[in-house]
Write a protein that binds this ligand. Structure first.
Ligand code: HEM
Length: 291
């Protein structure tokens, strides 16, 4: 139900959906606030394009991570926010595109010329169209109408996420830390889908995936700097071995994986109170609280 996304099909309020919706509006609200205060720097429209692009990218990854997190954290209600999160990503992409058009002062000739001659924009457009197709096919009626085809169509979400990562990487001028981390998260998620059911929640298996993703990020970063910029790739790799002073994207990726494992262990073995915090609340919270 797109018109009342905080409710379920029977019209009951679902707190986790309402919370997700509120959280999704925060980056747009902060961006509007910065814009109103003139805090977006000398090229405000371009800065706003960057902020919305970053949030679109983050939300795409969060949406993809919800299925693994639902299993790993044993948190079934996360399924309720998958659609909201995906639509949120689409909304930030739409804003990103509108801001780009405004930045070019509605000069359609220039917009079309740039969009079809710059590789990173061609890739961005393909990703946006793919995301739009997934969004349109996510309404209740379309899900029912598409049946089994829906699942097949939604397998495109990973290739689309790869396209967004490439778009992000190609427009980056110097430091590729952000896109490298995004690819690391994507790599972790892909590897997770290869795990057997028995290992999908196993702490050691999850840590091993974290280590593999960190190695992948370090290797990809070194390869990019070596091939695309001519920098000494050995020095980039070496920087990944000593991360105590300056943490690299591979270290950040590993810390994210570590945090997920720590949360999963807390959920499994932590104090029972953790099971009663808001994400466990049903649409009638008093029922849970009176247990
Ligand atoms: C799913 C679709 C898309 C996603 C997830 C996405 C995401 C991003 C990200 C993460 C950045 C870099 C932000 C940063 O480094 O701070 C970016 C930059 C940018 N994107 Fe997109 N984007 C998408 C589609 C598009 C489309 C369709 C266009 C326009 C046709 C576009 C135009 C731009 C521009 C102009 C920049 C800034 C480049 C610069 O300042 O040099 N993007 N985008």
């Amino acid at each position: 139900m797109l018109h009342r996304p905080w409710r379920d099909r029977r019209g009951h309020l679902v707190p986790i959906k309402a919370l997700a919706l509120a959280l999704l509006t925060i980056p747009a609200f902060l961006l509007a606030l910065d814009a109103a205060q003139g805090a977006l720097g000398p090229r405000p429209w371009n800065q706003a394009i960057h902020v919305t692009g970053l949030w679109a990218e983050r939300l795409i990854l969060v949406t993809l991570a919800l299925t693994p997190l639902r299993v790993v954290l044993d948190w079934p209600r996360l399924v309720f926010i998958r659609r909201i999160s995906g639509i949120g990503a689409l909304a930030y992409v739409a804003l990103h595109l509108v801001l780009y058009i405004i930045d070019l002062k509605f000069n359609w000739a220039q917009i079309l010329w740039e969009t079809f001659t710059r590789l990173y924009l061609i890739i961005g457009v393909l990703a946006a169209l793919g995301l739009l197709a997934l969004g349109i096919s996510s309404t209740d009626s379309m899900t029912q109408r598409l049946g089994l085809h829906w699942k097949r169509l939604h397998r495109l979400s990973y290739p689309i996420a790869v396209l967004t990562g490439v778009h992000y990487l190609l427009q980056t001028k110097a430091n590729i830390g952000g896109p490298a981390l995004a690819f690391g998260v994507l790599f972790w998620l892909l590897l997770w889908h290869l795990l057997t059911e028995k290992h999908a929640r196993h702490a050691l298996a999850l840590l091993a995936l974290g280590a593999c993703a960190a190695l992948f990020v370090a290797a990809a970063e070194a390869a990019w700097y070596g091939l695309a910029t001519g920098l000494n790739w050995r020095r980039v790799l070496a920087a990944n071995l000593d991360q105590f002073e300056y943490i690299r994207p591979s270290g950040e990726g590993f810390l994210i994986a570590l945090a997920v494992v720590a949360l999963a262990l807390l959920r499994r073995y932590g104090p029972a109170a953790l099971n009663r915090v808001p994400w466990r609340l049903s649409s009638r919270p008093w029922r849970v609280l009176s247990r």
